[in-house]
Design a binder for this molecule. Sequence first.
Ligand SMILES: CC(C)(COP(=O)(O)OP(=O)(O)OC[C@H]1O[C@@H](n2cnc3c(N)ncnc32)[C@H](O)[C@@H]1OP(=O)(O)O)[C@@H](O)C(=O)NCCC(=O)NCCS
Length: 162
Amino acid sequence: MSRLRLERLVERPDFHVLEALAGDSELLKLGLDDELDLSRLMLAAYRGGVDDEGETEADALALVRDTFDGRVGPFLPHCSFARWRGREMVAAVVVTVFQAMPMIAFCVTAPAHQRQGHGEALIAAAITALDEAGWAKVQLFVNPLNERALRLYRRLGFCEPA
Ligand SMILES: CC(C)(COP(=O)(O)OP(=O)(O)OC[C@H]1O[C@@H](n2cnc3c(N)ncnc32)[C@H](O)[C@@H]1OP(=O)(O)O)[C@@H](O)C(=O)NCCC(=O)NCCS
């Protein structure tokens, strides 16, 4: 399945959600120690969806490690965030660099916590951090059948490059 590439200028998001939503969860930068929580979250978020290829926990952990290690392009930890509710990672955004442009490599919310604004808040946090770091554009690749993700990204200003 060929993926759709969408991009957006890195300007401070006009969607102002960071403090407003999901008040009882905490936004923290993603750290290398988070690999196990992130891989479990990714497995749960993708399970049963259009991108589910039957990955195992070990597959998900290997993908996260490769990403953190920069094997799929430099990892930008200062632009990557997770939301925690207590000790549970409920959502995360992971930003890397692909072909000299920052890329939202993963944006995932645990099924039980979807439709509460976590995805939007995380993308806002990532774009704000990219802006502070001086990047001009951000891109992502999405399965065109992934309607929920497409709706979210388009609403947040991502579109096909001219
Ligand atoms: C795509 C994904 C990250 C979205 O995460 P999310 O946390 O549910 O995103 P949001 O809550 O910000 O927005 C989702 C919807 O909930 C709505 N919403 C947000 N807060 C809400 C609230 N308090 N009450 C009701 N609806 C709400 C949004 O308006 C949006 O609606 P829309 O789909 O009609 O546009 C999530 O569905 C997911 O993890 N999917 C599996 C992994 C995946 O495909 N990731 C993307 C490709 S890498």
